[in-house]
Design a protein around this ligand. Sequence first.
Ligand SMILES: [Fe+2]
Length: 393
Amino acid sequence: MNNFEYFNPVKVIFGAGEVKEIGIQGKAYGKKAMLVSYTDISFYGDLFDRIHSLLHEQNIKYVDFLEVTANPTLAQARKGIEICKAEGVDFVIGIGGGSAMDCAKVIAAGVEYKAGDIAKMIAFSHNDNSQIPPTEALPTIMIPTLPATGSEMNPTAVITDEVRVRKSYVWAPDCLYPKVAIIDPTLTTSLPSYQTACGGIDTIAHILESYFNGAGGNLDLQDRMQEGVIRTVLDNLPKVLANPNDIETRGVMQWAASIALNGWLLSGTYTWAPMHQMGHVLSARFNATHGATLATMILAWMRFFAKREDNTRYEQYAQRMYGKTLLDAADEFESLLKKIGVQSHISEFGVTQEELDTLTEDVVRVSFGEDSMLGSVPAITKEDVRKIYEIAL
Ligand SMILES: [Fe+2]
């Protein structure tokens, strides 16, 4: 495996009902909180009333910032930053899926950002040296309600620059790790089936980015851990869709999402996440759901590499996970997608043949490095990107 540093300072409080801890945990980080979540929170029932009461009990004042949408934008974050500054907010609580948690992180970092506009925080390629990552941020507490991004345990935020139609990452281990993650599976029981399914696929994709496109010598340990978590998600996803109130299984899905991207499984591997880069372009252009874009990319990636010689890790995955060839494993994965109601082809987002060149140019513009490649092992060229989108159509 590659040399690596491992660091993860996030305090995890896991279990049914543990959201009750929010006031006690928050008290350590100040007297005024901003709650960051979606424009429509009716879906959460009385959750926000409960959180308000728990904060109030600990004499923590709060301001709600309920303006986050799917694929959150810099404009949303800028507004949150202004309110934080005006209100004298001490810490930020992200409540929701990746969009809410990531927007909360960008707001927390934006309050302390001194390098100019927050658009400068975003990294767009594997050798992009123009970004200026944040070095300080307000403390954050995350309450994930959608098992998917693992944002509650990592120092990454995905955000869209809506003016330039670019969606990419802010990555800042110096300041963006949340202080506390309260992972309460009871908060996920009301998730619609489609979001649950897309979240599971996102978890799988986070691991597969490393498994398919990783490098670093002897990865036996990482491979086996990764296979174990992917198998767990593949087996438990249909169970939780069949029985949405199964708290135990909801908990398994949540913890799987957290550990998929908290550094344990990916240590010592190369993980620039090329499938995510190509998926982000689909989200930015077609507002497609993140996990669904990844479903289409995983499938196309498997079929693309089935025709290449340098596909040892893909074949290993197909054999170990499915006991099949890569093409047959891809077919089985597609059957699962159909069963769980997640798109398997990008035409289902509205993409047509005529748009493949635009999508390809977007990936080149947003994510290609100076080496004219998409960060990956083996490297993905512009022609490869076009072919993969074509297969995905
Ligand atoms: Fe993701």
